[in-house]
Design a protein around this ligand. Structure first.
Ligand SMILES: [Zn+2]
Length: 301
């Protein structure tokens, strides 16, 4: 399915969700005592400002630390009703433009960064412009070594190659953000962890913690799985590396009995207008599009 068709489906579903008052019912009733962990990637500041303004008027924006502590205690009594956490994945260079908004609304989001891509001119493999959505989905299913060989042969892509333009945050930008933003690891190079060997997986998880702690002189406690993919093996490696939490992209709001290593997410489209954003906060459009995508993938392979 093309991105445009996905967007069209999301717009139609969003309109229907709003028409039935589902965002209001979700906020005030179904999920009043659950916490949404929102997920952005490379959102533009104008859009992020509109979303943050809406959230600040209708929800309580809390830190990931507060949520994780409450999950470990299995007690949400310190969490205000209608709470959300804001997370941003990968460490895209454009994230620095969000800093004035983050400061204005005092929201302390968490940015999960790829620690061997930040502060370099290396590129994210999933941003290769010639890769179609279908090719990317295919690559996400290959063993890690096969994916890298394919990228090298078809796109001349090498994970450690330094390109002309910079796609990720620089060290200086991260240091500017640090007083207002929680910066945490998201592996070193963004592989699909279950497709890695055990050695690769340990290196990507533990290595990213060591990298970031060294870069920023901080202690890292939280991790997010690239593409949200994980198995029991990844959970055990994340725990053994000393992380307190890990965020998936399993769609949903979090209750106090959720595993801290399988925290659910509400992915938000980086380009969502306010109508779609309000609908996406329910998680319904994303579930339907994911379901349609899975069916189409099975039909076309
Ligand atoms: Zn990612």
């Amino acid at each position: 399915m093309s991105i445009k068709l996905g967007d069209f489906i999301k717009s139609i579903i969003s309109a229907v969700v709003l028409l039935f008052g589902i965002p209001f019912l979700t906020r005030e009733w179904f999920c009043k005592n659950k916490v949404a962990v929102l997920l952005y990637h490379d959102v533009q500041p104008e859009i992020f400002a509109k979303h943050t303004d809406y959230l600040s008027r209708h929800f309580n924006i809390i830190s990931l630390d507060l949520l994780v502590t409450s999950i470990h205690n299995k007690d949400f009594s310190n969490i205000p009703p209608k709470s959300v956490v804001i997370t941003i994945d990968d460490g895209h260079a454009g994230n620095i433009a969000l800093l004035p908004i983050i400061m204005r609304y005092d929201i302390s989001p968490t940015i999960y960064v790829c620690t061997q891509i930040i502060n370099t001119h290396r590129h994210f493999w999933f941003r290769i412009p010639t890769l179609s959505k279908k090719e990317k989905e295919h690559l996400k299913r290959l063993p890690n070594a096969e994916r890298l060989t394919h990228l090298s042969q078809t796109s001349n892509f090498e994970p450690e190659k330094e390109y002309e333009d910079r796609q990720a945050l620089s060290l200086n930008e991260m240091k500017q953000m640090m007083p207002y933003v929680d910066i945490q690891p998201h592996t070193q190079f963004h592989p699909i962890l279950p497709n890695c060997t055990e050695t690769e997986c340990k290196q990507e998880i533990l290595g990213s913690k060591i990298d970031l702690e060294r870069h920023l002189s901080i202690e890292c406690h939280h991790f997010s799985y690239p593409n949200g993919d994980y198995t029991e093996r990844e959970i055990e490696i994340v725990k053994a590396a000393g992380f307190c939490s890990a965020r998936t992209v399993d769609i949903g709001w979090n209750r106090s009995d959720i595993s801290p290593y399988q925290m659910k997410t509400i992915p938000i489209s980086d380009d969502a207008g306010l109508i779609r954003f309000r609908a996406e906060l329910t998680g319904i459009p994303q579930r339907i599009v994911k379901w349609v995508n899975t069916i189409l993938w099975r039909i076309t392979i």
